[in-house]
Structures are given as C-alpha cells and as structure tokens.
Design a binder for this molecule. Sequence first.
Ligand SMILES: [Zn+2]
Length: 135
Amino acid sequence: MDYNELLDKAFSELPALSVEKSDFTVPEADSLVQGGKTILKNIDQIADKARRSKDEIAKYLTKELAAPVSLYEHTMEISARVQSAELNSKIRRFFEMYVICKECHKPDTHIEGRERGYVTISCEACGARYTIKSY
Ligand SMILES: [Zn+2]
C-alpha cells in the first residue's frame, strides 16, 4: 500500500461526526487521476444523494479546489490532480455544511435562496431554516 492508499483508507475509516444521529452515509467519490485531470465517475450518485444539481456541486468544487470543473453526461472532470482522499473530504464537507440539517441531522434539505454570498438552507424534515456562507 502506498502513502495515498493509506490516506484513502484512513479517511474512509473516519466516522462522520456530524451525521452520527442519522443513518445517512455520505457517498464516497469514485475518482481517477488521468494526466493532469481528475475524473469523478459517480457524480450522478453524489448529486442524487445530496439532492442538489450537478451544477451546484461543480460550483462548490471549483471554489474549494481552485480548479476549473467541467460536467459531462455522467462524469465530472476537474482540471487538476486531486487525490481521492482530498476529494472525499471536500465532498464530505459539502454534505456536512450544505446538505445535512444542522438541527435534526437529516439530509432532507433544499436551498431556499441565495443572497450576497450567503445561502439559505431549508429542512423538510424538521422545518429548520438557516443561512450560511455560500461557496
Ligand atoms: Zn432538520
């Protein structure tokens, strides 16, 4: 096992603290570094689980990774080399910040609005509504 594989393994075994009250699991990124690019092969599954559009996730990753992101029919391509441990931690953060409800820890939220760099998240499970910094 090389260093990156060890890192992947360590990340995949970390418990997701903020989701401990729910049985929801953040999907693992299935990615592949090819030349100077990274292909995310299961963007459809991630977008589905998050109930966000692929464009939203692309926008978030563009900012987080400071690299251009392109969407294709079933894949996402990041114009940078991103190891899967890093990609997974970014995706986990996306779910923790923008998908999983702060109050009830369920993933049943949607984006209600956006204003001046902030996003309002609304939870369909418990009715919570809160505003956080956008991506
Ligand atoms: Zn809630």
